[in-house]
Design a protein around this ligand. Structure first.
Ligand SMILES: [Zn+2]
Length: 98
């Protein structure tokens, strides 16, 4: 298993990896930890995957963002994977029209 090391240093140990490795059957198995993004104007943080750009909602405190990420990316749950795919597609549409 392979993990992006820079992100791992800045995150708590129990962070979930992005579901993109499951959703897209990445070969060889590559797991991605999210990286922090900070919006200075709004003073909000979010986490986003450096591989697929899946992102959480934005909050003004880290624990809320981490909880959001872990809730979206829990592995081994088929229903959650469907939700993940839906959010991923939605975010791609938003990025296109932004
Ligand atoms: Zn991802």
């Amino acid at each position: 298993m392979c993990i992006n090391a820079d992100a791992a240093k800045k995150l708590p140990e129990n962070m979930a990896t992005c579901l993109c490795n499951v959703a897209f059957n990445l070969e060889p198995e590559m797991k991605w930890l999210p990286v922090w993004r900070y919006n200075k104007a709004r003073q909000e943080l979010l986490l986003s995957c450096p591989n697929c750009n899946f992102r959480t909602g934005a909050f003004n405190n880290k624990p809320a963002v981490q909880a959001f990420w872990n809730a979206c990316n829990r592995h081994g749950d088929a229903y959650l994977l469907e939700l993940w795919r839906r959010d991923y597609e939605r975010q791609r549409e938003q990025t296109k029209t932004a």
